[in-house]
Write a protein that binds this ligand. Sequence first.
Ligand SMILES: *Cc1c(COP(=O)(O)O)cnc(C)c1O
Length: 230
Amino acid sequence: MGVEERYKKVAAEVAEVCRAAGRDPREVRVVAVSKTVGPEAVGEALVAGAHDFGENRPEGLVQKAAVYPQATWHFIGNIQSRRIPDIVGSAALIHSLFEERHARKIDEAARAAGKIQDVLLEVNVSGEASKSGRTPADVRELLEVCTALPNVRVRGLMTMAPRGDAATARETFEGLARLRDELRAGLDAEQAAAFDGLSMGMSEDWREAVAAGATIVRIGRAVFDDAFEK
Ligand SMILES: *Cc1c(COP(=O)(O)O)cnc(C)c1O
């Protein structure tokens, strides 16, 4: 199978799992994570109907977004202050914000670029030391900082589950969904309307994420790697 076929298969499976969970497939956006492939493979996924792509390095983001400006680009990687203007220049949505100083820099860069930058706050729900993100108890503080920044709009939360077991992944994703609901209750009506996103689920665990309410799944290998099977 090539990229086209694999993307179509994944998109069809996501729609099927949505229906099985009683959800409208239009509620879940598939972000094809193209960080390990070149622009040609992105082109193949576009032909297959993909419209959202994710990159975890600013170079890859800037390069591929320049080749395919018609696609929607997501930044899902580690944020470094000096690369923030590049990220803001190309990303429709930044998934991986968890530091206040980065929020302030994103606000400045977005103002300079004349845009409102949509962001998700990354949460370390599982508490694994190897994972980045805010602890659940600390997210509210960052959310308050962000809601006061005029050029930043918080669209929801993002997390990564521990690898391996489906039950733990499901618990992690349900934890993120509860946190989103709790935080949302403290926002004003306009902020609450925007704060609806849950970016969770990757090639191995997106099914659990969709069942737990994901609105964005980030799928790399299942689309771009011929060796991936699940
Ligand atoms: C690489 C990556 C993905 C995609 O992972 P796969 O297992 O290849 O689907 C999703 N989210 C983030 C943050 C990533 O870095």
